[in-house]
Design a binder for this molecule. Structure first.
Ligand SMILES: [Zn+2]
Length: 368
């Protein structure tokens, strides 16, 4: 059953409810799991539960109506601070954590956490982009993580454990969030009114990797128009590298004039390209094992036309080529994360991808 409208994380709700009932909440938590599965929403619900004026903390069941609950959701509760990485910065600047160089601890996240609670209940600090703490930022946080004030709860939100510095991991209680089920993603797409048609919700959920954010991004029809042509090129096993470098660049630039949406779109194209090759490899394995089954989306109107879907019959290169191609696409995704120049990256990717797909030896994947 959903807790407070949050689907798919019941075991974590039980974990916090037990800890709260025994008054044994930790001071520092590290929430980990793929993007877009509800970790931030969960952190805010937890903040509500700890500050609600009508329901005791131990119940872990905030009313959602009282002024404190309303302020948490509106982002205006004086005891709750949410810190995110600014769009134009590769890492969370240390000033946002401990204040300016001339006035350390005069402002910033750590100072907020150490102030006395206005509500006389708790101080809560949420770092929404813990993946983007560099060594300097992590060092600035260590003392606060190690010895948070007794009434403070810190929640760091990140994706994979590998992206967290060991100094951070060792000082926080780790809470692992799993991807949402396909059914849950489809239900949420409908209930939020983002998709009207149940079949469409289901097929977007099938491609979402259990991430609601990704499913919502996939609902963009221009993405599928582009993918339909790109997948058709990939299905043929060969394409013109110059033409496709240009096509991908134009599609990425059409996302926005701003940098962030462009980078995000390139990551989408890279991850959906990886998905193409992974599904192709799966289909080949199934075909070899004689257990070829219909795609999981059988019976619904697939967003990709039949001719452009990963097809074992149209693929003449080796299984290794499919896997190498998928790895190449995932390396592009990671390179975007590291702020690689998109235009140079696209050129190198498309050129190498064509080699990989044709079983030709390719230069080392990284650096791009
Ligand atoms: Zn309340």
């Amino acid at each position: 059953m959903a807790w407070q409208g949050i689907e798919g994380h019941d075991a974590i709700v039980d974990f916090f409810r037990r800890a709260a009932a025994k008054r044994r909440l930790s001071g520092s938590y590290l929430f980990l799991g793929p993007a877009g599965i509800g970790k931030r929403t969960f952190a805010l619900k937890l903040a509500q539960a700890l500050l609600c004026q009508t329901r005791a903390e131990a119940l872990m069941d905030p009313c959602g109506q009282c002024p404190a609950c309303a302020q948490v959701i509106a982002g205006s509760h004086p005891d709750v601070m949410i810190l995110s990485r600014p769009d134009d910065r590769a890492f969370i600047p240390v000033e946002l954590l401990i204040g300016d160089r001339d006035n350390r601890m005069g402002s910033g996240f750590c100072r907020h956490v150490h102030l006395k609670p206005y509500s006389k209940r708790r101080r809560i600090g949420i770092i929404d982009d813990a993946d983007y703490l560099n060594a300097e930022g992590a060092n600035a946080l260590l003392k606060t993580l190690e010895e948070p004030p007794p009434d403070a709860v810190l929640i760091l939100i990140g994706t994979s454990p590998a992206k967290q510095l060991p100094t951070i991991r060792s000082r926080c209680r780790q809470v692992r969030f799993s991807p949402l089920s396909t059914e849950t993603v489809a239900d949420l797409l409908i209930s939020f009114g983002w998709v009207e048609n149940a079949d469409e919700a289901r097929r977007l959920a099938d491609w979402s990797g259990g991430s609601l954010t990704q499913a919502r991004e996939l609902a963009d029809p221009t993405l599928w128009e582009f993918l339909e042509r790109w997948y058709a090129a990939l299905s043929r096993g060969d394409f013109d590298a110059i033409t496709w470098s240009k096509e991908i660049r134009q599609f990425v630039e059409a996302a926005s004039k701003e940098t962030f949406p462009r980078r995000r779109r390139l990551q989408q194209v890279a991850s959906l390209s990886a998905e193409f090759f992974l599904r192709l490899a799966q289909e080949r394995l199934a075909a070899e094992a004689g257990t070829l089954q219909s795609a999981p989306t059988e019976g619904v109107d697939h967003p990709i036309p039949h001719t452009a879907r990963p097809s074992a019959s149209g693929w003449h290169a080796s299984d290794e080529a499919a896997v190498a191609s998928a790895e190449l696409c995932l390396a592009v995704y990671a390179a975007v994360e590291r702020n690689a120049n998109p235009a140079t990256l696209i050129d190198a990717w498309v050129f190498k991808l064509r080699q990989a797909m044709r079983d030709e030896p390719i230069a080392p994947l990284l650096p791009f």
